[in-house]
Design a protein around this ligand. Structure first.
Ligand code: PHE
Length: 345
């Protein structure tokens, strides 16, 4: 029996040594040390041994078991180390290889124009205000002197969510909200950029979602002259010092009087061409003196306070400034279009 056990030990140790992987090693472990393994098998015959020999054989069997276990453990460590070393080798990085160029993005042309306009007005003491894109009918229309059923509501086809809630059709509701917060006390001096929504079919000059920037100044003794001066500074800064502006009478329910601001055409310098439709002028934005009803509804005393407001579309401004012929370029994320603005950073 002793002989048999020793032979088993030798065979097991050889197999452990020869194991080339963790799986194989585990098989060796199961086959020698398992309950149905050969050592257990040999020990079954112990009954035939003398009482003297039995403990000796038991001890020997335990020793052999331990030796094999140890050998397996050592081999296990060895194989694991080998596997790690192999993996490390496979993952070696050649630090001398030249790197791949990393392409960076650039700011969206609309973001650029909005930031440029923001900077200009911040420099003149304005604060940037924001409001929700999902808006109450009250702020979008009623507080702006557009009660329900007012025909001028048709000027702005709207996406309604419920009877009383819609996607804002302009940034003017932020005027109403901001004035309300001031609780009748001036001055108010804000610009608010943001997305607006209208039920338009998308084409080269229409988008169901576009940007607006609203401006509002409310204080004592604010006049139309202040509005004109402000718009002139804006136009010359954004389009160039050589551009002229003109104000044409217009209509908005929330301003009285209302005007439309045009700038002189850069291409023909006022002589008339295709771009300005032979008029020499290009329409840029709407503006006017805040309607007394709007001031009163927001809690301002219209006898003490006056104000002006203007609203422009950065999409249109960017199109005019950069000569972009289709508003959809801003929203379709064609990298070839966007990349053209990288150089102008
Ligand atoms: N809210 C107007 C529009 O979207 C623009 C505007 C704003 C006109 C402020 C006058 C004063 O058409």
């Amino acid at each position: 029996m002793e002989q048999k056990l020793k032979e088993l030990e030798m065979k097991a140790l050889e197999e452990v040594k020869a194991a080339s992987g963790l799986k194989e090693l585990n098989q060796v472990r199961v086959s020698y040390l398992g309950k149905k393994g050969p050592i257990t098998e040999v020990l079954r015959g112990m009954g035939k041994l003398s009482a003297e020999e039995r403990p000796k054989m038991g001890a020997l069997a335990n020793m052999i078991r331990e030796t094999i276990t140890k050998a397996i453990e050592n081999k296990n460590v060895e194989l694991e180390n080998e596997a790690v070393a192999k993996k490390l080798e496979a993952e070696t990085i050649d630090v001398t290889l030249p790197g791949r160029p990393v392409s960076t993005g650039n700011r969206h042309p609309l973001t650029k124009i909005i930031e440029e306009i923001e900077d200009l007005f911040i420099g003149m003491g304005y604060k940037v205000a924001e409001g929700p894109e999902v808006e109450h009918d009250y702020y979008n229309f009623e507080a702006l002197n557009l009660p329900k059923g007012h025909p001028a509501r048709d000027m702005q086809d709207s996406f309604y969510i419920t009877e009383e809630i819609l996607m804002r059709t302009h940034t003017s509701p932020v005027q109403a909200r901001t004035m309300e917060k001031h609780e009748g006390k001036g001055p108010v001096k804000i610009i608010c950029p943001g997305k607006v929504y209208r039920r338009d079919n998308d084409d080269a000059t229409h988008s169901h979602q576009f940007m607006q920037i609203e401006g509002l100044v409310v204080d004592e003794n604010i006049t139309m002259g202040d509005l004109k001066g402000t718009l002139e500074v804006f136009a010359k800064k954004i389009f160039g010092a050589d551009r002229e502006i003109r104000l044409r009478p217009s209509f908005f329910p929330f301003t009285e009087p209302s005007v439309e601001m045009d700038i002189s055409c850069k291409i023909c310098r006022g002589n008339g061409c295709r771009v300005c439709k032979q008029t020499g002028w290009i329409e840029v934005l709407g503006a006017g003196m805040v309607h007394p009803n709007v001031l009163e509804m927001a809690g301002f005393d219209s006898k003490k306070y006056t104000g002006f407001a203007f609203g422009m579309g950065p999409d249109r401004i960017a199109m005019l400034k950069y000569g972009i012929d289709d508003i959809r370029h801003f929203y379709t994320n064609d990298i070839r279009f966007l990349k053209q603005f990288a150089v102008q950073e």
